[in-house]
Design a protein around this ligand. Structure first.
Ligand SMILES: NC(=O)C1=CN([C@@H]2O[C@H](COP(=O)(O)OP(=O)(O)OC[C@H]3O[C@@H](n4cnc5c(N)ncnc54)[C@H](O)[C@@H]3O)[C@@H](O)[C@H]2O)[C@@H](O)CC1
Ligand SMILES: [K+]
Length: 506
């Protein structure tokens, strides 16, 4: 068993891949062995998390997730714990493994009760074994009446005792990280200060790391039930570990500023165009590119030459028509407003490498010719990274932001395929997708990044990584990881602003 620290690369497996692994492992093991291992792992972690628990209450569902809970109950009872189980399932309808687990729990003398024991306190432990990877939409006529299941889930979530979820927090979709309808915690449940842990069994699932998954699983553990050899090919991977550092890798002693590449930030609509000055976004992207290690950073503002001097002397002002396209990595769109449309045909056709952000993406979404020009870049061998947030992704895919969020991995991959380029779908557990590559989920970052301008900073940093010579997928993964890590290491006594974040990057 390992504790997941969110700083190591990990292989992730979908429900289908996990089922395949389960079937392969089960066929070479004695009957019920996998579930016994799952229950034992759960009991071991339970004893470690709540060694002084006076009571352990286990809420079990009617499927095999409930079976894991029943197995854990037998183990914990044998370890001398005061265990009670609530199991609204029935032996005659339980799947075979869960039925065998129920028999073991009964034989061990486990107490069955309709609800939690009275007086559960912070030293005690609750185990959520209601639903695992068998979660279906309500329409699939579940065996347990949803109201009973929801009532148990509410008692688990609002109890003062430590909460351990078996395999998944119940109601969370293992593939997408979204709660099924009716299962998201309400305000009171979300505000409960219970310590929460999740023990993922056999595999780590993508949904634990993106969308609502990160908040849902809280502290995460993994046990492969000694079946690692049966793991199929990964569905996705978690970014982590050492990322390629283009600057160190490429830097001979006689490096000069040209060795690290030129970034040109194109954006920042001027105040006079529509009464909304957005040059700050371009400066933020430029600052991030500079601090991220680009050799030279140029800024082409879309402000009709109103700005005469950059805010930092390291930055160079350029007109769009004076950029040396074969040399530059363009970061285009930050604060670009409507003005970016006029320059996009040139940028899309000529920029040697491109990060397209914000208003650049909105322009492509609403203009077929620009969309075709974007696709054409791949045919011309010109690398591109798109950096949409969910609403921008929805515009590009002609769907709603809710549909994007409902399956972030699929949405990012669809965008990457549609435009034949790399895509960073921002949000909790940012997804990086590139045609022909395993999608990545980024584990770093936190709610502090939900402030104006941090997206511009990310675009600039990806630009720096591209300019340093990394391929688009690697550049995007490295920059997203570093951007989130900067927020994770942010001093508690300092508020995070985008300009301070840009200066904090490496
Ligand atoms: N079979 C085995 O050998 C193993 C099973 N494992 C456990 O088994 C789990 C998967 O078991 P199952 O496939 O039985 O699935 P689950 O136990 O996750 O869920 C299936 C049950 O939940 C009900 N249900 C599904 N969606 C519902 C909804 N929206 N509302 C109300 N009820 C709903 C179904 O009617 C069914 O009774 C894993 O998550 C894991 O915990 C692991 O122990 C690994 C080994
Ligand atoms: K569960």
């Amino acid at each position: 068993m390992e504790r997941i620290n969110f700083d190591q690369a990990q292989a992730l497996h979908s429900v289908a891949a996990t089922r395949a692994m389960e079937a392969a492992a089960a066929s070479s093991l004695p009957a019920h062995a996998l579930m016994q291992r799952a229950g034992a792992a759960c009991a071991r972690l339970a004893l470690a998390l709540a060694p002084h628990a006076r009571h352990v209450w286990i809420a079990c569902g009617s499927g095999n997730n409930g079976g894991d809970g029943l197995e854990a109950a037998a183990w914990l009872h044998q370890a001398g714990k005061n265990v009670s189980v609530t199991w609204p399932g029935a032996p005659e309808t339980a799947p075979p493994d869960a039925h065998a687990a129920w028999q073991r729990a009964v034989a061990a003398g486990v107490v069955f009760a309709p609800g939690p024991p009275p007086g559960l306190g912070p030293h005690d432990l609750c185990i959520d074994a209601l639903l695992g990877i068998g979660l279906r939409s309500q329409a699939d006529a579940p065996r347990m009446p949803p109201t009973a299941l929801h009532a148990l889930l509410r008692q688990l979530r609002t109890s003062p005792a430590t909460l351990l979820a078996v395999d998944l927090p119940s109601g969370l979709d293992a593939d997408t990280g979204q709660y099924a309808a009716g299962f998201a915690p309400d305000a009171e449940e979300a505000a409960a200060s219970t310590a929460r842990h999740t023990l993922s069994l056999l595999t780590l699932k993508p949904g634990l790391f993106t969308a609502q998954g990160r908040d849902a699983c809280a502290s995460l553990w993994h046990d492969d039930l000694q079946c690692g050899a049966f793991a199929p090919a990964a569905t996705a991977e978690l970014s982590g570990g050492r990322q390629p550092d283009a600057r160190k890798a490429r830097a001979p002693h006689d490096s000069h500023k040209g060795s690290f590449g030129d970034v040109a930030v194109i954006g920042g609509e001027g105040l006079q165009a529509r009464g909304m000055g957005m040059t700050g976004a371009a400066w933020l992207a430029a600052s991030a590119a500079l601090h991220g290690g680009a050799g030279r950073v140029m800024v082409a503002l879309l402000d009709d030459g109103q700005t005469l001097a950059p805010p930092w002397p390291e930055l160079m002002l350029r007109r769009v028509d004076a950029l040396d396209w074969p040399q530059v990595t363009a970061v285009c769109g930050c604060g670009g407003g409507e003005a970016v449309r006029a320059v996009l045909p040139t940028v899309l056709a000529q920029a040697a490498r491109l990060v397209l952000d914000a208003d650049g993406l909105n322009a492509v979404a609403s203009d077929n010719a620009l969309a075709a020009a974007l696709r054409q870049r791949a045919h011309a061998g010109l690398p591109t990274v798109l950096t949409p947030h969910p609403l921008e992704a929805a515009r590009l895919l002609q769907c709603t932001a809710a549909q994007v969020q409902a399956d972030r991995l699929a949405a990012a991959q669809a965008l990457a395929e549609r435009y034949a380029c790399s895509v960073v779908l921002k949000g909790s557990g940012s997804i990086i997708a590139t045609p022909g590559q395993l999608p990545r989920i980024n584990p770093t970052g936190n709610a502090r990044l939900a402030t104006a301008g941090t997206g511009d900073v990310l675009a600039g940093l990806i630009g720096a990584r591209l300019a340093q010579g990394l391929a688009p997928h690697a550049a995007a993964c490295s920059a997203v990881l570093a951007h989130g890590a900067a927020a994770d290491h942010w001093p508690d006594d300092r508020s995070l602003t985008a300009s301070a974040l840009a200066a904090f990057l490496q």
